[in-house]
Write a protein that binds this ligand. Sequence first.
Ligand code: 5GP
Ligand code: MG
Length: 185
Amino acid sequence: MTLKHTTMEADIDRILISRQQISQRLDEMAREIAAVYPLKGEGLVVVPILAGALIFVADLIRRLPMRTQIGLLLVSSYSGTSGSEPRILFAPGSQIRGRDVLIVDDILDSGRTLQAVKVDLCRHEPASLRSCVLLRKPGKAPPEAGADFVGFDIEDVFVVGYGLDFNSYYRNWPDIAVLRPELYR
Ligand code: 5GP
Ligand code: MG
C-alpha cells in the first residue's frame, strides 16, 4: 500500500464501536471485575497481552479500585490478517506465584492465544487466573479458551483501532473500526 498521499482517516471504512461506547462499557466492566476480587490486600497482577491490549489495559486499570501491578506479556501470533500459532516471547514468571492474575487481551478469536498464555502462566501457580477481553468473535473459541469478562461480541470481521493493528498501524485510532476492503489486498 502507498501511504504517502493519504491520511489514516481515509483508510477507515466504518466505525463498529465508537470511543464513547467503549468508555461506557469499560465503566461497567471495571465494576464487574471489582466485584470478583477483594478490595483490600495485595490486589491484582494484570497481564496485558502486548501490543494489542495496550490501550485497553491502560483505560481499564485506571477504573479499578484495588491495588494493581502489571506483568507484561508479549505474544506474536498474527502476520497480516491470517492467523498462525501463537509464540510467547516474554512473560511474567515468579511475580505471579500465589497471586490473583487477570490476563487482558484485545480480542478473542480462535482462542489459541489466550489458551497458550493460560498454559504458560499456570506453570507459575497463581492463586487465581482469569481473563478479560475487549472483543469476542462468534463461536470459534473452545470453552477452555473462553474469557471471564467480555466487552463486546462482534461480527466476524477484521477490526482495527483502540490497540488493534493491521501491519502495526491503526492502533492509535480511538474507535473500533473496519478498514476499506482494498487495503487488505
Ligand atoms: P486468537 O488466538 O484468539 O485466534 O486471536 C487472538 C489474537 O489475534 C488477538 O490478540 C489479536 O492480536 C489477533 N486478532 C484476531 N482477530 C483480529 C482482528 O479482527 N483484528 C486484529 N487487528 N487482530 C485480530
Ligand atoms: Mg493480540
